[in-house]
Design a protein around this ligand. Structure first.
Ligand SMILES: NC(=O)c1ccc[n+]([C@@H]2O[C@H](COP(=O)([O-])OP(=O)(O)OC[C@H]3O[C@@H](n4cnc5c(N)ncnc54)[C@H](O)[C@@H]3O)[C@@H](O)[C@H]2O)c1
Ligand SMILES: [Zn+2]
Length: 365
């Protein structure tokens, strides 16, 4: 069992990673959370069907009282209405301040269930049991929760740190290849920003990771969780260091929005966004060209990425209106070498447009 600490003073917690952990989830929850008045498993119908029996059996074995609530899949259901339906069911079931929410699913479930826990009775405990690669290496750690509005993604939310995060890589066996690959781009990101050893391992043999060899998956998850836990421990609320996690996300988010959140999965948009950040860095002299080319090469070898064909001016406009853009001035996380980053603002619009044109050309190849 791997144990990685997120150090946030009184709100510190552990991320536990082990194969077949789901079977013992009840035992670990009991050890970390005692016996809550009720556990509320919040999940999606698909995850419940695939893995729910295992989790529920382990809760029963640990004599933890629980109810299971499902919420519909799909980003279009990441709404206040879904949270409203959940908290009403929680109230009807007599969920109280000493109850515990168990967020069991992908990042969508994690964000929505986490937000429900954050606001129910002004906040009850939540544990995250992520079931997609993206959620295991990224979304379940760091305490960001929330929902979308029609005017934008994740516009309503709250920081609500989990009591513990339980990661069982075995559950990834049922994840569709495209979803797995999308999550894997966030793993590559962790390597680029803070773990050169991880990046080099992927560069040497991407297929080992993509074929989901047990030890490779374990390495990918542990190393990425290590990076995210360390960054979040140093900067809980994205005032400084946490911004490096946005490597590949500035142009990535714009590409995602330009495709109406349908053409690209989030991780795929980050894949293109990392190529963009690398080549942009090279064009303005921050990133050595050789490093930019290595990043480009690794991302493309971990593809296929869906084609893009975005108008550079539209992408620029989307970047300027992103919620992370302060006063219309975009900040780019760029790399100065594998494992190192620099935050750069004041990049000329022409350089951004040029790099989008480069992506379009690569995509058409
Ligand atoms: N809080 C954060 O810090 C943070 C970070 C990154 C992303 N996010 C959020 O995460 C969400 C995306 O998460 P995601 O990529 O996990 O997608 P998702 O949660 O939408 O899940 C994708 C699909 O995979 C299915 N699924 C989940 N686990 C499975 C399994 N083991 N086997 C088979 N199918 C499975 C789901 O039912 C769903 O259909 C977005 O809403 C994004 O905003 C949050
Ligand atoms: Zn991301």
């Amino acid at each position: 069992m791997k144990k990685i600490a997120v150090k946030l003073g009184a709100a510190s917690y552990d991320v536990l990673i082990a194969n077949r952990l789901l079977r013992d989830a009840g035992k670990y929850l009991r050890a970390k959370c005692g016996v809550p008045s009720k556990c509320v498993v919040i999940t999606s119908p698909r995850v419940h069907k695939l893995w729910g029996v295992g989790l529920e059996r382990s809760l029963r074995a640990a004599k933890l009282p629980f109810i299971t609530l499902t919420m519909p899949d799909g980003e279009q259901n990441k709404t206040i209405a879904t949270v409203d339906a959940l908290v009403r069911q929680m109230a009807e079931a007599g969920v109280d301040r000493s109850s515990l929410v168990i967020a069991f699913g992908g990042g969508m479930v994690g964000d929505v269930a986490g937000f429900a826990a954050a606001i129910y009775m002004r906040g009850i405990r939540v544990v995250q049991i992520p079931t997609t690669l993206l959620a295991q290496v990224d979304a379940s750690i760091g305490g960001k929760t929330g929902v979308n509005l029609s005017s934008g993604k994740n516009l309503v939310g709250s920081f609500h740190q989990p009591t513990v995060v339980l990661i069982d890589p075995d559950v990834l066996s049922t994840l569709p290849a495209r979803e797995y690959r999308a999550g894997f781009f966030e793993v590559i990101k962790c390597g680029i920003i803070r773990d050169a050893k991880l990046f080099v391992a992927i560069e040497r043999n991407p297929q080992k990771f993509l074929k989901r060899d047990d030890p490779a998956v374990m390495q990918a998850i542990s190393a990425s969780v290590g990076v995210k836990a360390d960054v979040v421990s140093r900067d809980e609320r994205e005032g400084g260091l946490r911004r490096i996690l946005n490597f590949g996300h500035t142009i990535g988010h714009a590409l995602e929005a330009d495709g109406d959140y349908k053409r690209l999965l989030h991780g795929e948009a980050v894949g293109w966004g990392m190529i963009a950040a690398a080549q942009l860095g090279a064009n303005i002299g921050v990133t050595p060209q050789k490093i930019a080319d290595r990043i480009t090469d690794v991302v493309l070898r971990c593809g296929p990425l869906p084609n893009i064909g975005s108008d550079p001016a539209t992408i620029l406009r989307l970047i300027q209106s992103d919620k992370k853009t302060q006063r219309g001035v975009p900040h780019f996380v760029l790399t100065t070498g594998i494992g190192r980053t620099d935050i750069v603002s004041g990049i000329p619009a022409a350089a951004v447009r040029k790099v989008v044109a480069t992506l379009n050309k690569m995509s058409a190849r």
